[in-house]
Structure formats: C-alpha cells, structure tokens
Write a new protein. Structure first.
Length: 139
C-alpha cells in the first residue's frame, strides 16, 4: 500500500465536524429552554383560567369564593399537587393572599398568585383576582 491509498478522516476534518456540532448545540439548547419556559408559562396561565371559572361556580353554590384546597377537591386534584394551603403544578406554586383566608374575607374577593422561581433563572409571577383578570407581575 502506498501512502496515497489511505482512506478515512483526518484529524482536522474530525475537529471541524465536532466544532460545527458544538456551535449548533450552543444555538439550539437556549432556544429549547426558552420554548420550555414559554410552555410552562402558558400552562400556568391556563391553570389560572380554570381556577377563575371554578371560583365563579364555587361562589354561586357557596356564597363565597373557595380556597385553593377546596377548589382542588372540586376539580378532583386536577390543579396539581396540594401542599396545604398551596398547590404545586410543574415549576409553579399557586398560593392565595392571605395564605389562609377566612370565610368572611372570601365573601367579597380573592387573590391567587402563580410564581415560578428557580435559582439562577428569571422569576415569573402571575396574579388572578376576583375580577377574573390575570396580570403578569414579574418579570
């Protein structure tokens, strides 16, 4: 065999391919993470809409708005995982303000917040009030 008959890839070609793959990954991973965050935000917004419509029904039946734990029972646990008095869904925590409102306080109003707070990441926070309006508080 002569030297010209050798086949395969040279070291330079392999380094070039690895470099191209690294550049593509550096672009794709942040885009994927941004998409995941957007999906989580959309899911929490949808959950707040479910809570809002459930509150309307709860108020019609009970003459007051419901606590998260009560709404969770009405929806058969569909809101997420109950960690009394809050509900966890994905990376969001849903909580009432005040945390444990009295029946008297719930006759006129309620405020529920959904917060996504992960160390080293942007904090997202949405607020739902008795008016049915959902407002983005953070960022």
């Amino acid at each position: 065999m002569s030297k010209g008959d050798e086949s395969g890839f040279s070291l330079i070609e392999l380094i070039l391919v690895v470099t191209i793959i690294a550049i593509v990954a550096a672009i794709a991973v942040p885009a994927f993470q941004k998409g995941m965050t957007a999906a989580e935000n959309g899911s929490s917004f949808a959950t707040l809409r479910v809570i809002s419509s459930t509150q309307v029904n709860f108020f019609a039946q009970n003459g007051r708005f419901g606590r998260l734990t009560e709404l969770q029972r009405v929806l058969n646990g569909a809101l997420g995982t109950t960690v009394d008095p809050n509900v966890l869904r994905g990376k969001y925590i849903f909580e009432m303000n005040p945390a444990t409102p009295t029946d008297e306080e719930l006759k006129n109003e309620f405020t529920i917040t959904a917060t996504r707070s992960i160390a080293g990441d942007i904090t997202y926070k949405y607020e739902l009030t008795h008016t049915g309006e959902i407002v983005q508080i953070l960022p």
